[in-house]
Ligand binder design. Structure first.
Ligand code: E4P
Length: 217
């Protein structure tokens, strides 16, 4: 499973990248706003920092303008994945960008049928939003399972990128289902490593080791 960071904060990206576990980055207009930085400046910096795919989201609603935006974003770097919304106009744009060999992440996916359309449009990534699904009383993971089944049934290559991840349980469940990628905020990455028994065990080993008086180095 690939790990993407869902942020436009370059400090968070550098810290995560230093672990060697970061495979890519996703951004959206809200995350760009939160960063307080110019869109092209921050996307360019992220694309240099991270070797893997960096999602840059288009904002137009019509195919023609969206395509122009996508082509401009794709010129920033070879590792840009253009993000388009799961609308008919977005799917048309996905198809057109993919025909030019540009990676496309189809976002704001909330149903298995939408994911089926994205795969037929040749999307590189489909981004089903699990957290926002949970928020309205549906289990977001049911959607991931359905998409996995459909994509496997027809051997689609589109990667399932689990988005709107809020906590480590989402990652655990997505990994069991066999999702290809999960994108999540920096705090979730830290929470994946944390376990109280690890912390307690380390403290006990530290105490006993200190009592031996030995040194490894
Ligand atoms: C990622 O591509 C999505 O834009 C993001 O995961 C949305 O997350 P949110 O529901 O926490 O805003």
């Amino acid at each position: 499973m690939k790990f993407f960071l869902d942020t436009a904060n370059i400090d968070e990206i550098r810290e995560a990248n230093a672990t060697g576990l970061l495979d890519g980055v996703t951004t959206n207009p809200s995350l760009i706003k939160k960063s307080g930085r110019d869109f092209f400046e921050v996307i360019t910096e992220i694309a240099k920092e991270v070797a893997g795919p960096v999602s840059a989201e288009t904002v137009a609603h019509d195919h023609e303008t969206m395509l122009k935006e996508g082509l401009k974003c794709a010129k920033i770097a070879d590792n840009i994945a253009v993000k388009v919304p799961l609308t008919i106009e977005g799917l048309k744009t996905c198809k057109a960008l993919r025909a030019q060999g540009i990676m496309v992440n189809v976002t704001l996916c909330f149903s298995a049928n939408q994911a089926l359309l994205a795969a037929k449009a040749g999307a590189t990534f489909i981004s089903p939003f699990v957290g926002r699904h949970d928020d309205i009383g549906f289990d977001g993971m049911d959607l991931i399972q359905d998409i996995r089944t459909i994509y496997d049934n027809y051997e689609f290559n589109t990667q399932i990128l689990v988005a709107s991840v809020r906590h480590p349980v989402h990652i655990h469940q997505a990994a069991l289902i066999g999702a290809d990628v999960a994108t999540f905020p920096a705090d979730v990455m830290k929470k994946l490593a944390n376990h109280p028994l690890t912390t307690n065990g380390l403290a006990a080993f530290d105490k006993d080791w200190a009592a031996t008086g030995f040194s490894i180095l």
